[in-house]
Design a binder for this molecule. Structure first.
Ligand code: SF4
Length: 103
């Protein structure tokens, strides 16, 4: 009885750890890279201050994913999904040319 309970506890801890690690790996994999084809097409930058202002003159200081209509997270979230990238996660401090100020 005691052995099976101990086995159960060890197995449960192992499964929980595995799930947590796979969720972390998935979250990283789902982040948009600046070199993704869509990111290049939209001029996406993880850091909005690095936007090429000569190429994207519509960019204005203070604009960031976290205050864009399309950002599907809270404004304080470091990353959140964006429909422009098929639901992949973009940086709250990022920016792309599809930016639309949240009303
Ligand atoms: Fe960020 Fe908005 Fe562009 Fe999505 S559409 S990447 S939230 S600026």
């Amino acid at each position: 009885m005691r052995t099976s309970r101990r086995t159960f506890m060890i197995t449960t801890a192992g499964v929980a750890t595995g799930l947590a690690l796979s969720r972390l790996a998935f979250a990283d994999a789902a982040k948009v890279s600046e070199v993704d084809s869509t990111a290049l097409a939209l001029g996406y930058k993880i850091d909005a201050t690095k936007v090429d202002k000569t190429k994207y003159a519509k960019y204005g200081a203070g604009q960031a994913c976290s205050n864009c209509t399309f950002y599907q997270g809270k404004s304080i979230d470091a990353f959140a999904p964006c429909p422009m990238f098929g639901g992949k996660q973009v940086a709250g401090k990022g920016w792309c040319s599809a930016y639309s100020k949240k009303a």
